[in-house]
Ligand binder design. Sequence first.
Ligand code: ADP
Ligand code: ADP
Length: 229
Amino acid sequence: EQLISIRGATLAYPTASGDPVQALNPIDLDIRAEAFVSLVGPSGCGKSTLLKILAGLLHQSEGEVTLDGRPLTGPSPNVGVVFQQPVLLPWLTILNNVLLPIRVQKRNVDEYRQRAMDLLAMVGLEGFESRYPSELSGGMQQRVGIVRALVPDPQILLMDEPFGALDALTREQLNDDLQTIWAEQRKTVFFITHSIPEAVYLSDRVLVMSERPGRVIADFEVDIPRPRS
Ligand code: ADP
Ligand code: ADP
C-alpha cells in the first residue's frame, strides 16, 4: 500500500574537523502512491537531506528506505527530481534538454519525443521546442526542468523548492501547472517549500520538520476540494 517507507533513517555529514554534522533525527515516514506531500520547516532543518536520500543521491547513515518494498540503493529512473535551479544545457534546444534523461538512460528517444512535446504544451511551452534555454525566462526554464523530470514517466516526483527563485506571479502560474500535471499524470509528489500557503494549496498532506537535526513534528491531511481529473 505504501510506495515510500522510511524507517529510522538518520544522516550524518562527515566534516573536515572529524565531528560529523547530524542532519536528521531518526525519521519514520510512509507515503502512499499518488499522494501530494509537502514538507515545510526552517532553513537547515534537513529537508533537502531527506529529499536527497529519497532521490538516491545520499545514503542514510542508519535505518532503511524502501520504494515499493525494495531497498533504495541509488538514483532510479522511477524517481524524477527538480531542484531550485533547473541547470539546462545551454547548447541544447529545449526539446533536446528534456530528452536528455532518455538518452542518458539509453532508452529509445523516438518513443519519448511525442510525450516530451505534449508535456511542454501542457505547461504552455508549445512552439518553444527548438529554442535555446537562454531565450527563456526563469519561470519558463523551471517549467522545462519539470518537464525534463517527467519525460521518463517516473512514478515519483521529488521537488526541492522548485519555485523558490521565481517572482510571486510566476510562482502562482507554476502552482497551477503543477496541479494540472498532478491531476493528469498521477505522480507521487514530495514537494519542499518555504511557503505554508503554497503547501496547503497544492498538497493533500503537509509535513512540518523542526530545527536541526530535523524530525517530523507535525503531519496533517489537507482536506479542501481541488480540481482533479
Ligand atoms: P534544509 O533543506 O532544511 O535547509 P539541509 O538538508 O540542506 O536543510 O541541511 C540540514 C543540515 O545539514 C544543515 O544544518 C546543513 O548546514 C547541514 N548540511 C547540509 N549539507 C551538508 C554537507 N554537505 N556537509 C555538512 N553539513 C551539511
Ligand atoms: P536548500 O536551498 O535546498 O536548503 P542549501 O542552500 O541548504 O539547500 O544547500 C545547498 C547545497 O549546499 C546543498 O547541496 C547542501 O548539501 C550543501 N550544503 C549545505 N550546508 C552545507 C554545509 N554546512 N557544508 C557543506 N555543504 C553544505
